[in-house]
Design a protein around this ligand. Structure first.
Ligand code: ATP
Ligand code: MG
Length: 560
């Protein structure tokens, strides 16, 4: 059972304790701070659920803040996509959006303040030299020859950098902390570099751009963030986050807390890797339904509530783990089982002719729209002499345990009645092209056969007249291997892509009414799985994506 209560975790306990002890004055303020350099993936969903979840639970406020401090990789395309994805996942229409670039002037003023206090200096070394002078974990770094410039000289140079009078790469602004600090991030970290790129919001106004460690805490402070939540790889950055805030006239100030990031089997979870798949056309785009991106999952038919439930179950700790893709699928099925309407569709049609029906005979039958929601009532279907069943449900020469249709055998057609196969039509190659069958009149509309005989299987079907051809895309893991990045030295990791991750069926049969549903509607094809009408779906050319199969490996593994 998925509990509706928010699961408590160390971060929620910490926020509650901060409030109880008066260390933090309400409201609790959080932020989700993506860099607009790619699309969001399900790892980001874990952060979003925490940031927005905590704000909700503590009557606080969570903003979406773009960390747009590096114009060379950022784009408005990503900004728009991220806003759309966060709105979709959180179900909020009015998300407060902020941009770090709106704070560039304030950050600049604070940088001048540090310079005036002798806490920052302009370094004329290039990046290579700076790297060489940083030392190692076991040896201290060496001071830059420019470390002891006067505040006046530093101010002049920094202003020249800002004015665009210095070439990119010729100078940087660094904090003056300690070149022997045991935490290498504290060895005079970079605060600004010169960059002449065009920024998607500030245009060409700025010739210098702040680096993450300098910028992030200031952005939090400006927004009154109380709890700045990020993933564990930032834990070593926290002393620097604190150091910058402690040097500035900011009170009260935000604090940073770290949690474990989401890793999933059979996929990759880094924007850089996902971008590579897109740019090398190894997938159809960021929203390819095999991608772990939020837009990919949406296109596949995954409901946002399944992602939220998954994130809740995975939880927040300080230990890095990898979660099973199957656990995500389990939550997808949990939601879709309750939410989706049932329909009968046939993936690999075999024509069936009911020989004891007149050519113009039509029967109306009813099947439940969703057995989990009886209040939705019944769906009316019509059946005529010509039907289709799925090739999987018929075998010419079946093994003993095969209870579906065989020559001379009998099955129940769901909602319709008992069907007996009298004759099999084959082409010149021996391939089955059609079945001639009889339907027992006594068993129509759920009636019992006169002789009390039973059948062991019920199969799905579609009416030939009241159905149409559709394209159905069956998806499997993007990577067959659990860990796609585990490959031999020098080998291209994309060789691990699963060649069978998308199977396209062009001649499936769906009931005609399904062709009319809007794109993005998920239904259950009975006995086959959950399917969602794709963005390419049109009434005259229907397209469905398989969201998930019905088989539930996860529930089985858990013994449910
Ligand atoms: P990637 O590593 O995929 O490029 P990123 O961390 O560079 O992602 P950002 O845009 O900086 O992407 O991320 C915004 C927020 O999302 C950060 O607070 C980050 O900690 C969080 N986040 C990113 N990836 C994950 C993940 N796999 N699990 C949980 N949170 C994540
Ligand atoms: Mg990152």
């Amino acid at each position: 059972m998925v509990s509706e209560e928010p699961r408590s975790d160390f971060i929620r306990q910490l926020v509650a304790e901060d409030l109880r002890q008066g260390r933090v004055q309400p409201p609790v303020v959080t932020r989700f701070p993506p860099e607009p350099n790619g699309y969001l993936h399900i790892g980001h969903a874990k952060a979003i659920c925490l940031d927005f979840g905590i704000a909700d639970e503590f009557n606080g406020l969570c903003r979406l803040r773009f960390d747009d401090t590096n114009p060379s990789k950022e784009d408005v395309e990503y900004v728009d996509a991220i806003i759309r994805d966060v709105a979709w996942l959180t179900g909020r229409e009015n998300i407060e959006v902020r941009f770090a670039s709106d704070y560039f002037a304030q950050m600049y003023d604070w940088a001048e303040l540090l310079i005036e206090r002798g806490l920052a200096y302009v370094d004329d070394q290039d990046l290579d030299a700076i790297r060489r002078c940083r030392g190692t974990i076991t040896t201290p770094g060496t001071d830059s020859p420019w470390r002891d410039r006067s505040a006046e000289e530093n101010l002049d140079l920094f202003r020249a950098m800002r004015a665009g009078d210095c070439a990119p790469g010729s100078r940087v602004l660094r904090a003056k902390i300690d070149m022997a600090h045991p935490n290498m991030l504290m060895r005079d970290p970079l605060m600004y570099r010169i960059q002449f790129d065009h920024h998607h919001r500030t245009g060409d106004t700025w010739k210098i751009y702040p680096l993450y460690d300098w910028a992030h805490g200031l952005e939090d402070a400006i927004e009154g963030v109380t709890h700045s939540l990020c993933t564990l790889e930032f834990a070593t950055h926290r002393p620097l986050y604190d150091w910058f805030l402690e040097q500035l006239p900011i009170d009260p100030r935000p604090h940073q807390y770290e949690f474990n990031r989401l890793n999933l089997t059979h996929t990759v979870m880094s924007k850089r890797k996902l971008m590579e798949l897109v740019e090398r056309s190894l997938v159809a785009g960021w929203d390819d339904p095999r991608m772990p991106t939020l837009c990919g999952l949406r296109r596949r038919g995954v409901p946002p509530s399944a992602i939220t439930a998954f994130c809740k179950e995975v939880g927040y700790t300080r230990t890095d783990t990898t979660n099973e893709w199957a656990l995500l699928e389990y939550h997808i099925r949990q939601v879709l089982n309750v939410e989706t309407e049932r329909v009968m569709a046939v993936l690999d049609p075999i024509a069936v002719e009911i020989t004891n029906w007149a050519p113009d005979r039509r029967e109306q039958v009813e099947v439940p729209i969703n057995p989990e929601k009886p209040e939705l009532g019944m769906r009316k279907l019509s059946a005529g002499r010509e039907l289709f069943i799925d090739a999987d449900d018929f075998m010419l020469d079946p093994p003993k345990k095969f209870f579906r249709l065989r020559p001379g055998g009998e099955v129940r057609l769901r909602g319709l009645g008992y069907l007996r196969c009298d004759e099999v039509l084959c082409d010149d190659h021996g391939r089955v092209t059609g079945l001639r069958c009889q339907l027992d009149e006594d068993t129509l509309h759920g009636g019992a056969p006169a002789d009390g005989r039973k059948v062991k299987a019920t199969i799905h079907w579609v009416d030939a007249e009241d159905s149409q051809a559709a394209e159905v895309r069956l998806y499997d893991h993007l990577f067959a291997a659990e860990d796609p990045l585990a490959c031999a030295d020098g080998e291209d990791w994309t060789t691990n892509l699963n060649a069978a991750s998308c199977t396209v069926i062009r001649q499936a049969r769906i009931p005609s009414f399904l062709a009319e549903i809007p794109a993005g509607t998920t239904v259950q094809f009975e006995r086959l799985g959950y399917f969602c009408s794709d963005l390419d779906h049109r009434p005259e050319a229907p397209v469905f994506n398989r969201t998930a199969t019905l088989r539930d490996a996860w529930a089985k593994a858990k013994g449910q």
